[in-house]
Write a protein that binds this ligand. Sequence first.
Ligand SMILES: [Cu+2]
Length: 442
Amino acid sequence: MGLGAAAVSRVAAASLPEAVTQSSAATQPPPAPSTGRPYNPVVTLNGWSLPWRMKDNVKEFHLVAEPVVRELAPGMKARLWGYNGTSPGPTIEAVEGDRVRIFVTNRLPEPTSVHWHGLLIPSGMDGVTGLTQPAIAPGKTFVYEFVLTKSGTFMYHPHADETLQMAMGMMGLFIVHPKDRRQYKADRDFALLLAAYDIEPGSATPKVNTMLDFNLWTWNSRVFPGIDPLVARTGDRVRIRVGNLTMTNHPMHLHGHSFEVTGTDGGWVPKSARWPEVTTDVAVGQMRAFEFDAAAGDWAFHCHKSHHTMNAMGHDVPTMLGVDARGVVDKITRLVPDYMHMGDKGMHDMGEMEMPLPDNTLPMMTGSGPFGGIGMGGMFSVLKVRDDVKPGDYSDPGWFKHPVGSLAREYMGELEPAVRAASPPADASTLKARKPTGHQGH
Ligand SMILES: [Cu+2]
């Protein structure tokens, strides 16, 4: 008892649990717990869960804070900071009632700490540098120990040089499963963390002082088309857990289903307090879990802020819709052969163009589907629901085969001339306005 967040003694250090590392950005199949109470594991999209060792009935985990290289999508790698080889760090999964002991080794060039976001734990374990503990200096290991008193979706992140360390990708999910595995049971339980980066085209290290103008909007530090699909079987009860550690809110929108928010930062939402939604906003620092019964099809799932479904977007480009720029483009092309003119008929074509890009940079709108360019990036993926998916199978089933007669198609018949409303009489264009009078004291 009385084990605080203090530097581990040499004796304890000798018995540190192994720090398991991982470098792949492929979704790891959910690991069934090898020891301790049984639970239904989550699927961390493009991520993994941290193994533990059981010691005297305590689950011991070992996190290592360190620089990592993360592939954001094929064609772009970022130099981030994370834990145990990846950003985000591995998901920690445990069960309500468990006592956990988490060793944190700092291999960064500066001090850090770990805050357990949302967990109800003793103040001295809360991980706020200067307030509840000294910082973990480079090369040092601290140990946190507490009992998990309630189930739900939580997160971990540093509380030391927070702006920089979170802008560099230091974060992870902390899932506490209910003691009774039948409670809140879902057939498929996906988990993802929202993070944003500002990486100049052609470079690999985030700019750490950006507040709002990020250019890479990620789920588990991946952008579309690098985000794996969420695969389910028709009729499955599916849960998606989302934590937000960016600097803005994200309205998460799912096509083809209405869902209910079943969990928030504070825990589970009672059944009587749930209502149907198709979009739920996840504010900064919040977690949301929502559930639905999966319907067959390929369904877009994305943040509804349209700038968050693009990669490396420039915001200083003038709107050219409706501008006839042919003469200008000819002149510029003679001077700058690679010049690309920004859409006078919209920007759709950009998703299909082969643009010359700097090394290590993703196209702004990309991804191709069975009918052409999808023209998305960033916080976008596809929920793929099929009748014949086997339990535990998360492999990509390919594109949906639409039943006959259920697909939008080009209209090939005759078009009647459109009937317009009658024009208003000419004198109606003179609007009679009366200025408000006698309203002093506004
Ligand atoms: Cu967003």
